[in-house]
Design a protein around this ligand. Sequence first.
Ligand SMILES: [Cu+2]
Length: 119
Amino acid sequence: MMAFKFNATTSLLSALGVALVYLAASSQAEAREITVNLSRGSFGPVQIQANAGDGIRFDNSSKLMHTVTVIGRDDVLGNQPVKPNESFVFRVSSGLSPGTYVLNCGLHPGMQAELVVKG
Ligand SMILES: [Cu+2]
Protein backbone atom coordinates (compact mmCIF):
# COMPACT_ATOMS: atom_id res chain seq x y z
CA MET A 1 0.00 0.00 0.00
CA MET A 2 2.83 2.34 0.88
CA ALA A 3 4.52 1.50 -2.40
CA PHE A 4 1.33 2.34 -4.30
CA LYS A 5 1.03 5.74 -2.58
CA PHE A 6 4.66 6.47 -3.37
CA ASN A 7 4.13 5.60 -7.03
CA ALA A 8 0.99 7.72 -7.25
CA THR A 9 2.83 10.70 -5.76
CA THR A 10 5.77 10.15 -8.06
CA SER A 11 3.45 9.99 -11.08
CA LEU A 12 1.70 13.20 -10.04
CA LEU A 13 5.04 14.98 -9.63
CA SER A 14 6.16 13.68 -13.02
CA ALA A 15 2.97 14.96 -14.61
CA LEU A 16 3.47 18.36 -12.97
CA GLY A 17 7.04 18.41 -14.19
CA VAL A 18 5.91 17.71 -17.75
CA ALA A 19 3.28 20.45 -17.47
CA LEU A 20 5.85 22.96 -16.22
CA VAL A 21 8.27 22.10 -19.03
CA TYR A 22 5.42 22.52 -21.50
CA LEU A 23 4.48 25.93 -20.05
CA ALA A 24 8.11 27.06 -20.15
CA ALA A 25 8.41 26.00 -23.79
CA SER A 26 5.15 27.79 -24.64
CA SER A 27 6.19 31.05 -23.04
CA GLN A 28 9.56 30.89 -24.80
CA ALA A 29 7.76 30.58 -28.12
CA GLU A 30 5.62 33.61 -27.28
CA ALA A 31 8.66 35.68 -26.29
CA ARG A 32 10.41 35.21 -29.63
CA GLU A 33 12.67 38.10 -30.54
CA ILE A 34 13.85 38.72 -34.09
CA THR A 35 16.96 40.77 -34.69
CA VAL A 36 17.14 43.14 -37.63
CA ASN A 37 20.33 44.98 -38.38
CA LEU A 38 20.33 48.58 -39.58
CA SER A 39 23.54 49.21 -41.45
CA ARG A 40 24.93 50.80 -44.61
CA GLY A 41 21.53 52.10 -45.62
CA SER A 42 19.74 48.77 -45.54
CA PHE A 43 17.72 46.50 -43.31
CA GLY A 44 19.11 43.02 -42.76
CA PRO A 45 17.26 40.84 -43.48
CA VAL A 46 15.04 42.64 -45.97
CA GLN A 47 12.19 40.24 -45.31
CA ILE A 48 11.03 39.74 -41.73
CA GLN A 49 8.42 37.14 -40.75
CA ALA A 50 6.78 37.62 -37.38
CA ASN A 51 3.78 36.55 -35.34
CA ALA A 52 1.67 38.86 -33.21
CA GLY A 53 3.45 39.26 -29.88
CA ASP A 54 6.95 38.79 -31.30
CA GLY A 55 9.52 41.49 -30.67
CA ILE A 56 11.60 42.84 -33.52
CA ARG A 57 14.85 44.23 -32.26
CA PHE A 58 16.35 46.84 -34.59
CA ASP A 59 20.08 47.10 -33.94
CA ASN A 60 21.77 50.13 -35.40
CA SER A 61 25.36 49.02 -35.92
CA SER A 62 26.12 51.88 -38.28
CA LYS A 63 27.47 55.36 -37.62
CA LEU A 64 24.32 56.92 -39.04
CA MET A 65 20.99 57.71 -37.45
CA HIS A 66 18.08 55.64 -38.82
CA THR A 67 14.35 55.64 -38.23
CA VAL A 68 11.84 52.81 -38.51
CA THR A 69 8.33 53.37 -39.86
CA VAL A 70 5.56 50.99 -40.85
CA ILE A 71 4.40 52.71 -44.03
CA GLY A 72 0.79 53.77 -43.78
CA ARG A 73 0.54 52.74 -40.12
CA ASP A 74 1.76 55.68 -38.09
CA ASP A 75 -0.75 54.58 -35.43
CA VAL A 76 1.34 51.40 -34.88
CA LEU A 77 4.86 52.78 -35.21
CA GLY A 78 5.69 56.39 -35.98
CA ASN A 79 9.03 57.60 -37.25
CA GLN A 80 10.97 55.78 -34.51
CA PRO A 81 14.57 57.03 -34.29
CA VAL A 82 17.36 54.51 -33.63
CA LYS A 83 20.67 56.19 -32.83
CA PRO A 84 24.06 54.74 -33.80
CA ASN A 85 25.00 51.78 -31.58
CA GLU A 86 21.56 51.73 -30.02
CA SER A 87 18.62 49.43 -30.52
CA PHE A 88 14.87 49.57 -30.36
CA VAL A 89 12.43 46.70 -29.83
CA PHE A 90 9.15 46.89 -31.73
CA ARG A 91 6.49 44.56 -30.36
CA VAL A 92 4.27 43.29 -33.18
CA SER A 93 0.91 44.21 -31.70
CA SER A 94 -2.51 42.80 -32.44
CA GLY A 95 -3.14 46.16 -34.16
CA LEU A 96 -1.21 44.77 -37.13
CA SER A 97 -3.49 42.16 -38.65
CA PRO A 98 -1.88 39.33 -40.66
CA GLY A 99 -0.53 40.61 -43.94
CA THR A 100 2.47 42.20 -45.59
CA TYR A 101 3.73 45.63 -44.59
CA VAL A 102 6.60 47.80 -45.75
CA LEU A 103 9.07 49.17 -43.23
CA ASN A 104 11.27 52.07 -44.17
CA CYS A 105 13.77 54.53 -42.83
CA GLY A 106 12.56 58.10 -43.15
CA LEU A 107 16.13 59.38 -43.50
CA HIS A 108 17.39 57.14 -46.31
CA PRO A 109 15.10 56.78 -49.32
CA GLY A 110 15.15 53.20 -50.60
CA MET A 111 16.05 51.75 -47.21
CA GLN A 112 13.16 49.32 -46.89
CA ALA A 113 12.18 45.91 -45.60
CA GLU A 114 9.10 43.76 -45.90
CA LEU A 115 7.33 42.69 -42.73
CA VAL A 116 5.09 39.63 -43.04
CA VAL A 117 2.78 39.23 -40.04
CA LYS A 118 1.64 35.64 -39.96
CA GLY A 119 -0.90 35.82 -37.19
CU1 LIG B 1 18.42 55.04 -42.48
